[in-house]
Design a binder for this molecule. Sequence first.
Ligand code: CTP
Ligand code: MG
Length: 227
Amino acid sequence: MQYDVILPAAGSGKRMAAGHNKLFLELRNKPILIHTLEVFQQDEACRGIWLAVKPDEKAYIQTLLEKYHITKVKAMPNGGEERQHSVVACVKQIEDGQIVLVHDAARPFITIPIIHELVEAAEKKGAAIAGVKAKDTMKVVENGKIKGTVDRSSLWMIQTPQAFDFTLLKKAEQQAETDNFLGTDEAMLVERLGQSVYIVESSYENVKITTKEDLIFGDAILSQRIG
Ligand code: CTP
Ligand code: MG
């Protein structure tokens, strides 16, 4: 089993409001970006990392890679306006991918067993994404009024990694570009082709660090894992 991973890291972290890219914020004295990179650095099945970055952050990120001995980064293309564009910038640089994962750099708590389950599922079925079952009661609301209650048993909250046969991912990105279609994740682009995408049950710990509260969750997860 082998794979390449695309890590979009070119966001601005508006909801975190840290005044700079939230990926540089530290948990246990280590930048969030490095926590994420270390998972893939340590995974022997990972051949290479493709990191989309903001042009003016590239030099700083390079110093972080050296400081923390991250050696698997193959390229750091410039990210785009939207996350999808950042992912496309990486896809365009991969020459001979077989299974390619897309993973938010802002999800530092992903684990190697979940990654491997996704890679195996993508090898067999072409496309597999991480998700967890919805926990809360789900309702449709319009203008402040409840319209109805949705059956929760079929609802999943989708995360990354999302794992794809590389030919399929490229085709999906190309079609989206032709149609000027912007999706909220890569799976949505593959679904548009009429291709089936499968779920791998992930962990509630695989949070995306998005707002200030997530730093508290993140610190608690690390306390539980490493004391
Ligand atoms: N990302 C990216 N390029 C963009 C936007 C986002 O590479 N144009 C990356 C982010 O760096 C992050 C991941 O996509 O690792 C998920 O995005 P999100 O959590 O939304 O991060 P930000 O866009 O930075 O945050 P916000 O939406 O609050 O501004
Ligand atoms: Mg964003």
